[in-house]
Design a protein around this ligand. Structure first.
Ligand code: BJW
Length: 257
């Protein structure tokens, strides 16, 4: 575990000033921001029941067609984990940063809804939300279905299988969310990439939109990623420690950790 002092020593006074003077902050988050809430990331070692599957084996339409029960149960397990989890100090610090900045856009690849539960308001969900369900055949959102033993349940309209309303490999992202994310990345004057391995497109391209326009990019991640060498500031540590420390250094003290 990183000590508070180490987190503090990573944050240069120059970075504090860059954040203080920013007019439009954009944050891209990935699974790492929820790791400290007990939600496993995708590419770190998976635990328990699901350890033998890679995300590509579970998060694709092909995987669902091959074994809809397995995929549905993976999401049911994750839904339960998320229901039990609480936003961590990293989520809460981002909600406070939004309240302090003139403009703020939080783009997340996560489907867990923890940013909204932490109080973040302007959230763009690039990969959907695991608490919504849609028809695998027709794509319509479904809010209720007749109870029954079948797993996954069936669409009450067409009888197709139901699936979570998330974006799987090979599927297109929700167009409005994708547009909002790229527009924000192209217009911001400060970009954070937090807790993402930067391996999955098109989300992985967003920080480069900001870099291309000469805007500072701050990465927060305990591990190196393909972005680390290009980032203006790379803060190597857990988001749940670095983000609250950043707020302290900005003297944004009145938020609940
Ligand atoms: C901490 C921490 C702590 C730990 N604090 N940090 C261009 C080139 C090549 C391929 C493609 C391309 N364009 C599209 C593709 C194909 C594909 C793709 O990108 N493949 C790559 C694997 C190569 N992309 C797609 O198919 C996308 N669709 C698309 O582009 O449509 C058009 C198209 C289709 C086909 C061909 C061409 C164009 C859709 C991608 C959908 C991804 N879906 C998933 C599942 C979502 C639902 C669910 O949650 O189940 O999204 S997969 C999974 O990966 C999930 C995540 O959102 C996503 C990203 O993962 P993330 O968040 O970065 O997590 P990890 O685990 O990878 O990393 C965690 C990080 O946290 C690590 O770095 C840790 O160090 C760090 N960390 N603790 C801070 N405490």
């Amino acid at each position: 575990m990183m000590s508070r002092q180490t987190a503090s020593s990573l944050i240069l006074p120059e970075l504090v000033e860059v954040i203080r003077s920013a007019l439009h902050g954009v944050v891209l988050t990935g699974a790492g921001i929820s790791a400290e809430s007990g939600i496993p990331t995708f590419r770190d070692a998976q635990t328990g029941l699901w350890a033998k599957y890679s995300p590509e084996e579970l998060a694709s339409p092909q995987a669902f067609r091959r074994n809809p029960k397995l995929v549905w149960e993976w999401y049911a397990w994750r839904r339960e984990l998320v229901a039990q989890a609480k936003p961590n100090p990293g989520h809460l610090a981002l909600a406070e940063l939004e309240r302090r900045m003139p403009r703020f856009t939080l783009i997340t690849q996560n489907v867990d809804g923890l940013h909204q539960r932490a109080g973040s308001y302007n959230v763009v969900e690039l990969h959907g939300n695991l608490n919504r369900v849609k028809c695998f055949e027709e794509g319509d959102i479904v809010t209720s279905w007749p109870p029954g033993p079948e797993v996954p349940p069936r669409c009450p309209r067409c009888g197709g299988h139901l699936r979570p309303d998330v974006v799987w490999f090979g599927e297109t992202l929700p167009p409005q969310a994708l547009r909002a994310a790229f527009e924000a990345a192209q217009r911001c004057d400060l970009f954070f990439a937090i807790g993402t391995s930067g391996l999955v497109q098109p989300a992985a391209s967003l920080p480069y939109e900001a870099l291309r326009r000469g805007m500072p990019v701050v990465e927060i991640n305990p591990d190196e990623t393909p972005l680390t060498q290009s980032a203006t500031y790379a803060l190597a540590g857990p988001a749940g420690q670095i983000l609250p420390e950043l707020l302290n250094r900005l003297n944004y003290k009145n938020y609940k950790e």
